[in-house]
Design a protein around this ligand. Structure first.
Ligand code: FES
Length: 165
């Protein structure tokens, strides 16, 4: 199995304090391997994501290999190894949205923000993700930014929508 590699992300200023909080979580769960998923969940809640340094920290505390921890992190899609942007854009690629221009919308956002799907803009402002359906099929194509749903969006409206953030 390949060893996970450290990513070149800048560590948050409160990195040490965050690790102390994660340490307390590991202790609370008695570092039992059967509690690894719960510990990772809590760690992601504290740190925001699970970069290599956090995975290694948890692995050391739990006397596991980094590969064992990273295997769990990469298996479950709700764990993220990359920092999230301040705002999350979710573009619907469900059938209704797809046939009514969802792909054009996604392309427009990628071009406008210079970002790929599942990536974060360089300024850390937006993370771009795709969704299957966000429950606004009647007014497709739809997208969400954080908790706000935008319906019947066409690429020409993008600039004014994104400029609100
Ligand atoms: S398919 Fe896009 S909102 Fe349902």
């Amino acid at each position: 199995m390949n060893q996970p590699k450290p990513a070149p992300h800048k560590l948050p200023d409160d990195h040490v304090q965050l690790l102390e909080q994660i340490d307390a979580v590991v202790a609370k769960y008695e570092a039992k391997p059967s509690n690894l998923i719960m510990i990772l969940h809590a760690a992601q809640g504290i740190y925001g994501y699970l970069p290599y340094v956090v995975q290694k920290f948890i692995a050391d505390k739990m006397h596991l290999s980094v590969s064992e921890v990273s295997g769990v992190v990469t298996f479950y899609s709700f764990f993220s190894t990359k920092p999230k942007g301040k705002h999350t854009i979710l573009v619907c690629m469900g059938t209704a949205c797809y046939v009514r221009g969802g792909k054009k919308l996604l392309d427009g956002i990628q071009k406008h923000l210079h970002v790929d799907v599942d990536e974060t803009t360089e300024d850390g402002k937006f993370t771009l993700n795709k969704a299957r359906c966000i429950g606004a099929c009647g007014l497709a194509p739809a997208m969400m930014i954080d908790d706000t749903v935008y319906k019947a969006v066409n690429p020409n409206k993008l600039e004014s929508i994104l400029s609100k953030y």
